[in-house]
Design a protein. Structure first.
Length: 192
């Protein structure tokens, strides 16, 4: 994935954000994105919006791309403020889905470790999205403690098969994903 793809996602998704937040749907398809081969994120969800914004902010963008990113960030923040309850509801729904997807992916290690090893740099995006969604949670919510426990369980399962190493994405993104928080981006899954 590159800066152009991240900004293109935001270009497609951000104008729809208010209507998406007003809908009952957990995810919306983005037809303009779905046409791009090799792009794994073709749906509008809060998690993917936060993920694309975070990746884009990690890049040292200048000129028009930096301005564009700033405009998207402002519009996302405004949508979040104007639709706070809907935002939080969708965060919770997306978080539950992402945790299940990440758990299923990690479980796959026992059946097909080679597939997991080779796909880790792409699939670890789910864990980053989970982190972004967890940061959106209201600390006083009754759901926070169970979600944190579930995430700790998933992280413990990953640590059993994880081998620390180099940053898994493009080096220019490293500054936006510090190792102490995003330890799972610094290494890969061990071979059996």
């Amino acid at each position: 994935m590159n800066a152009k793809m991240e900004l293109n996602y935001l270009f497609e998704a951000v104008p729809l954000l208010d209507k998406y937040l007003e809908s009952k749907d957990v995810a919306w398809s983005l037809p303009g994105i779905a046409l791009e081969p090799a792009f794994a994120f073709s749906t509008l969800t809060i998690g993917v919006i936060l993920f694309m914004l975070k990746r884009s902010k990690a890049r040292n963008l200048t000129g028009n791309p930096a301005t564009e990113r700033g405009e998207y960030e402002t519009r996302i923040f405004q949508s979040k403020i104007h639709h706070e309850q809907a935002w939080m509801k969708k965060v919770g729904q997306d978080l539950g889905n992402r945790m299940r997807l990440w758990g299923t992916y990690l479980d796959g290690y026992h059946g097909d470790p080679l597939s997991i090893i080779h796909s880790y740099p792409n699939h670890v995006s789910q864990r980053v999205i989970i982190q972004a969604l967890m940061e959106e949670q209201d600390a006083g919510s009754l759901m926070v403690a169970p979600l944190q426990m579930m995430l700790q369980t998933l992280d413990a399962a990953l640590k059993v098969i994880f081998e620390p190493g180099g940053f898994v994405w493009e080096p220019e993104l490293m500054a936006g994903f510090p190792k102490d928080t995003y330890w799972y981006l610094f290494g890969s899954v061990k071979g059996k």
